[in-house]
Design a protein around this ligand. Structure first.
Ligand code: FAD
Length: 382
């Protein structure tokens, strides 16, 4: 019999989950609380593991067409512009940079009309052994499975995992913007206590991000772009130019939070996926990547175990929890290191990196990241 799922959340994780379910012959209803579908105006990169997950979901070509090869991690600079490591001409990059809205659109386009319901905020989830009932105000859905992809502040996690601690702030904050500029190379500029990332995302747009420490959460400025300028407006070109080419009202400023390890991602027929399960610091560029992996593994275990949803979810939990929770911890450590104001640590880091010949850096970086990047997806039935 045809099985059905409700996916809560229409972000990258939720849409990917629905695509995976569709590939194994399920139907899915995606409930998204925002009245309009889409992603925020910022960018992201996707690594080989994520690109393999996208391929298994059947959207590799569309994703490649929407992305731009990203060389930022092979082009490390100091605030004054000196190259710590430089991407040599012709260096191939295994990473793709995206405007978030473009990647979101690729996923949305892979779903049938009518699967995604904007303006549907889930307020309650209850279940017995045979089904789950999801409520959005007065409306209810009865289903075999609920995939909770409702983000770092997940409503489902707080309803069904009441013992879990909420998102935790470790002191990192980030500004993001999209500048309209051409001919810009991707680069990561390592300052002491803060870093600036620039990444072309196609269509004459450059995504930039400034990561830094904050004394307390929710510290906001009347003019966020002016604060970014104050911090890095005197750094090397093209940083001042990118800030000039950014609309002040489009600058985003968020604190970074992550999740302590949950003891399980599954309660009955409800499963957490993406940031709802394992929100992490952005410093390994793995948050969305891991949600894509989650989506493929979920579809694979459901396809394998036939009608036994709880058995499939137990296998999902077993496969996904150790990997994602390890990456959460690594990303946290990396995030705190990249914004550390410690002068000795900064000097040691940049000196060690300078000793690496630029020609060898891509291979060394790939080797260091191999446990994350080399993940291979399970095959979904065609
Ligand atoms: C600064 C920054 C940079 C990043 N860079 C990268 C990167 O380069 N590469 C990468 O892979 N990842 C990156 N990430 C991480 C990535 O953005 C997230 O991991 C990813 O977007 C999570 O997707 P999600 O679908 O799990 O959650 P979300 O994108 O948060 O989606 C959750 C959705 O659920 C909806 N929702 C919430 N509650 C309800 C409800 N009650 N009912 C219905 N709908 C609901 C929300 O409106 C939202 O649309 C970055 C994150 C940050 C903060």
């Amino acid at each position: 019999m045809n099985k059905s799922a409700v996916v809560i959340g229409g972000g990258i994780g939720g849409l990917a989950a629905a695509i995976g379910l569709r590939r194994i012959g399920w139907t899915a209803t995606v409930l998204e609380r925002r009245p309009e579908l889409g992603e925020i105006g910022a960018g992201m990169s996707q690594s080989p593991n994520a690109l393999r997950a996208l391929a298994e979901l059947g959207v590799a070509d569309a994703a490649r067409a929407a992305g731009v090869p990203f060389h930022g991690i092979f082009n490390l600079r100091t605030a004054s512009g000196g190259h710590i490591v430089r991407a040599l001409p012709g260096t191939a990059s295994p990473l793709l940079g995206f405007h978030r809205a473009d990647l979101h659109r690729v996923l949305l386009d892979a779903l049938p009309d009518g699967w995604v319901h904007p303006g549907a905020q889930v307020s309650a989830v209850r279940q017995d052994a045979d089904e789950v009932i999801v409520s959005c105000g007065a409306r209810e859905w009865r289903t075999d499975l609920v995939v909770a992809a409702d983000g770092v502040n997940s409503t489902v996690r707080s309803l069904l995992w009441p013992e879990a601690s909420g998102p935790r702030f470790w002191g990192n904050t980030i500004w993001r913007g999209i500048a309209h500029a051409d001919g810009i190379d991707a680069a990561m500029t390592m300052g002491r206590g803060q870093y600036f990332l620039a990444m072309p995302v196609g269509g004459g747009r450059v995504y930039w991000a400034l990561g830094a420490r904050a004394d307390r959460p929710a510290l906001r400025y009347d003019d966020e772009l002016a604060e970014v300028r104050r911090r890095v407006g005197h750094w090397h070109d093209p940083i001042p130019h990118l800030l000039e080419a950014t609309a002040p009202e489009a600058v985003l400023h968020h604190d970074i939070t992550d999740l302590d390890s949950l003891s399980g991602y599954v309660r009955g027929r409800v499963v957490l996926l993406g940031d709802a399960a394992h929100a992490m610091h952005p410093d390994m560029a793995q948050g969305a990547a891991q949600s894509l992996e989650d989506a493929v593994v979920l579809a694979a275990v459901l396809a394998d175990t036939g009608d036994d949803v709880p058995a499939a979810l137990a296998r999902y939990d077993e496969q996904r929890r150790p990997r994602t929770q390890t990456i959460v911890k690594q990303a946290r450590a990396k995030g705190l290191e990249s914004t550390s104001g410690n002068a000795v640590g900064y000097h040691l880091r940049t000196t060690a990196l300078r000793l690496v010949p630029s020609s060898r850096w891509p291979a060394l970086a790939a080797k260091a990241l191999a446990p994350v990047w080399n993940w291979r997806p399970p095959r979904l039935p065609r």
